[in-house]
Design a protein around this ligand. Structure first.
Ligand code: FMN
Length: 148
């Protein structure tokens, strides 16, 4: 197609990760072994160690977003930079996957509410699909409906 390179963007990224949930660590080598053009790793890259990891996985470079938001040169409000610095690795979550608009958000009351609404909606519509009958059929009789 004439592309010069390709981004391998894993689920770790900020913004809007793809719905497929594939991690940066799996995606980079998978793409690197598949294409002949340069691969740029994206998602969770923040320092020399993660850059080195991406190179070791087969990438030619990295793209960073969140890390650059938390720099002196970035023009966003300092409150946002402080939030990025203050928060721990478990303090973000992914919301709106259920409506095909997955996005990473810092956990707070509103985000918890969004997740609860998504969960309630999912519960009503998915209970009949996850009754456990198919798992039982697979383990007892080898009926692998996931292959259908
Ligand atoms: C707050 C924020 C919002 C973003 N919004 C978008 C977006 O709307 N569309 C897009 O293509 N990328 C967006 N991005 C950029 C990508 O998701 C980017 O590839 C990703 O953040 C890189 O991963 P990293 O943040 O772990 O470095 C956004 C990034 C951040 C940090």
């Amino acid at each position: 197609m004439g592309y010069d390179g390709i981004y391998a963007a894993g689920i770790e990224e900020g913004g809007h990760p793809l719905n497929d949930d594939v991690t940066t660590m799996l995606l980079t080598p998978r793409i690197a072994e598949t294409v002949k053009i340069p691969v740029v790793t994206v998602g969770g890259i923040a320092d020399g160690r993660t850059l080195a990891a991406a190179l070791a996985l087969g990438a030619q470079g990295v793209m960073m977003a969140t890390r650059f938001v938390a720099t002196q040169e970035c023009e966003v409000h300092d409150n946002i930079k402080q939030e990025i610095i203050r928060r721990q690795e478990y303090e973000t979550t992914l919301i709106c996957k259920s409506i095909g608009l997955q996005g990473r958000a810092i956990k707070n009351k509103i985000v918890e509410e969004v997740l609860a609404v998504e969960q309630r909606a999912a519960a009503w519509t998915t209970y009949s699909l996850i009754s456990g009958q198919r798992v039982k059929d697979a383990w007892e009789f080898g009926r692998l409906t996931m292959l259908l």
